[in-house]
Design a protein around this ligand. Structure first.
Ligand code: GLP
Length: 243
């Protein structure tokens, strides 16, 4: 893994924005995998600014988001779809027909997961997947456990993950859905290139396990060690316990 440590979150976000901008300039029809969470907020701010200043043209870019809560309508405030609208989609010139999202309100969640896999394949696969990491080592919503799932699937969220997402639901953990839809480990690992960003001391443990630890289903992010093109961008706090 190619690891870079930055003095702070702003410099890190700027570096990831530069990677995205450079990739889009080289391949205007890039297929981009996108995360939610607090970590990528600075990245989305930088990308919106670059887009307004004419530094990135998203008009031919295709996007696939990693995950969505189950049972949440796409226009509900807590949905990841609305997070993306607020922080990114509505501010840039993406073609809406090329924005892909898991529908958390689908009648048949497994069929919805299968539809997503087919859509990714039809787009030619993901060129660049941006990731955050959960403090428990999850990527997307692939939670730690005895086994991991390869393809897009329904996930039961762990209590710490629901707590970490409570701010989207008025701070009330009981309102955070118990299940979600997520790209699987193979969906993520088949991306041609991966950039993972992590900031803050609460990520130091999972970052060290991801980079220095064995491949373990209790740290789903550790499987990124199998991928030939992963860049990990950290701030100093998240890199604190790295070997
Ligand atoms: C969420 C998302 C992940 C994200 C992670 C970290 O639950 N499903 O895709 O990377 O948790 O979030 P944050 O950046 O807020 O720490």
């Amino acid at each position: 893994m190619n690891v870079t440590i930055f003095s702070g979150a702003a410099a890190l976000a700027a570096a990831v924005a530069d990677i995205v901008a450079e990739r889009v300039r080289r391949s205007p029809s890039l297929v981009l995998g996108l995360p939610t969470g607090r970590t990528p907020l600075g990245l989305y701010r930088q990308l919106v600014r670059a887009s307004r200043e004419g530094g990135i043209d998203f008009s031919r870019v295709t996007t696939f988001n990693l995950d969505e809560f189950l049972g949440v309508l796409c226009h509900e405030a807590g949905s990841y779809r609305q997070y993306m609208e607020r922080h990114f989609f509505r501010h840039v010139n993406l073609d809406r027909r090329q924005v892909h999202f898991l529908d958390g309100a689908a009648d048949d969640p497994q069929a919805e997961c299968d539809r997503y896999e087919t859509a990714i394949e039809a787009a030619g696969g993901i060129d660049l997947q941006i990731l955050g990491i959960g403090a428990n080592g999850h990527i997307g919503f692939n939670e730690p456990g005895d086994r991991l799932v390869a393809r897009t699937h329904v996930v039961r969220l762990r209590v710490e993950t629901r707590r970490a997402n409570a701010s989207l639901f008025g701070g009330d953990v009981d309102r955070v859905p118990r299940y979600a839809l997520s790209m699987g480990m193979a969906t993520i690992l088949h991306a041609r290139a991966i950039v993972l960003m992590a900031t803050g001391a609460e990520k130091a443990g999972c970052v060290a396990a991801m980079i220095n630890g064995p491949l373990a289903t209790r740290t789903p992010a550790s499987f990124l060690q199998l991928h030939p093109e992963v860049r990990v961008l950290l701030d100093q706090a998240a890199a604190r316990t790295l070997k």
